[in-house]
Design a protein around this ligand. Structure first.
Ligand SMILES: [Fe+2]
Ligand SMILES: [Fe+2]
Length: 404
């Protein structure tokens, strides 16, 4: 029988897994707004959340094994491994990114989890086995999802040779880096920061028509009591759901220093919004609509993701826009009820339940992180008014209507 792991060996590996899961979450967060394919944006929303949960589960096991030092919570496997992550992160090609993450990095992660499970001292270390098995299965699902996307994208592009070369070269780098176990290597000390250039707009596929001037935006003047009104409102909401997946991703990638629980909340919101995009698009299509049927606005994007302070982003988008959105959704619910549209009613009630939590994430983290910093609190809370004073788009605010 093969040698089984000691507590100490376990800790050294768990720290490498947690580091890797967090890096994957940040890669997706960094990329989401520049990926054209909407299915990838949605998949990233889901996977960012699941990878945050994986890192969280591993992070809870580490202190159980008396890994009290911070060192055990995040161990870069080797400098070469970190540089490989950076190389994949830097590539701007959608398909090559997918191949790097889902055909090279994630399969390595699944394989080290499975190898780890084979080396467990049982039943002494059954708790590690329990979580690693759950995580490995979920990572395997990510790989299978991505395989379908990669096949679809590469079938239309005729780029199999190029993809094969890229995959081969990354696999070679991975092997030379000692993989995620960092075989024969010292833990890495090299750090790369996922920086982003100033962003005017998130990337959309060719079906979308993006308004150039926010004053053209009148979608929120429509009412949810006619089919035409529903199409306008749902179409506008669909774009907002994508924006929110993208802006949560940017907080995760831009601000690695925020508290761990805040990252979990942001990743959770990314998943919520990804599901919302799926739900809203389905309802739009059930009602006879389609993506790109109206021009749409990305107002607020530029004013959000380019702010250095993540709390200013939350003040503007979670506490202001999403709080307005809750009022709109309550109005839709009332109208759906009145007009007997039970399908919309049921779906919008689920959306509203999540949105209320998103507003609370904003309230909670701004309160928590500015308790001892009144200057920062003042600046953060003043930011939404500053944006809206400059550029007040028609229909952002909810207008009370008589029969609502
Ligand atoms: Fe949403
Ligand atoms: Fe939301």
């Amino acid at each position: 029988m093969e040698k089984t792991f000691t507590v100490q060996q376990n800790l050294e590996l768990l720290g490498r897994y947690r580091y890797t899961e967090i890096q994957f979450m940040e890669l997706m967060g960094s990329w989401a707004y520049t990926m054209v394919d909407p299915e990838i944006k949605i998949g990233f929303g889901r996977h960012m959340f699941q990878d945050s949960v994986h890192a969280d589960l591993i992070g809870k096991r580490i202190p159980e094994l008396k890994g009290r030092s911070q060192h055990f919570h995040s161990i870069p496997p080797s400098d070469e491994f970190v540089k490989l992550l950076e190389k994949i992160w830097r590539d701007s090609d959608e398909l090559l990114r997918m191949v790097g993450l889902y055909r090279v990095l994630k399969p390595e992660l699944v394989s080290v989890y499975r190898r780890h499970i084979d080396h467990l001292e049982l039943p002494a270390d059954e708790p590690s086995g329990y979580i690693l098995r759950l995580i490995a299965d979920e990572e395997q699902d990510h790989i299978e999802w991505a395989e379908k996307v990669i096949e679809r994208l590469s079938a239309s592009a005729n780029r199999n040779d190029e993809i094969g070369e890229w995959q081969k070269s990354l696999s070679k780098d991975l092997q030379e880096a000692g993989g995620i176990w960092g075989d024969g290597k010292k833990p890495g000390t090299y750090v790369f920061k996922k920086t982003h250039p100033y962003s005017k707009l998130p990337v959309r596929d060719g079906r979308w028509i993006i308004m150039q001037n926010p004053s053209e935006f009148k979608e929120k003047d429509w009412s949810f009591d006619t089919n035409e009104g529903k199409l306008h409102l749902l179409h506008d909401l669909l774009n907002s759901e994508f924006i929110t997946v993208e802006r949560m991703g940017r907080i995760l990638a831009d601000c690695p220093e925020i508290p761990w629980q805040m990252k979990l909340d942001m990743a959770r919101q990314a998943w919520d919004e990804a599901r919302h995009a799926e739900i809203v698009q389905r309802r739009l299509e059930e009602l006879g609509g389609h993506v790109g049927m109206f021009p749409t606005s990305c107002f607020g994007w530029e004013q959000d993701v380019n702010r250095l302070d993540p709390l200013e982003r939350l003040a503007l988008s979670n506490m202001t826009f999403e709080s307005e959105s809750c009022k709109h959704l309550r109005d839709w619910i009332a109208k759906a009820k009145r007009t007997g549209d039970l399908r919309s009613l049921q779906l919008v009630e689920f959306l509203l339940a999540d949105e209320v939590n998103h507003v609370l994430y904003g309230v909670h983290w701004i309160d928590e992180l500015t308790k001892e910093d009144p200057e920062r609190r003042k600046r953060v809370m003043a930011y939404p008014d500053q944006v809206l004073a400059d550029q007040h788009p028609v229909g952002v605010y909810f207008k009370e209507t008589k029969n609502a």
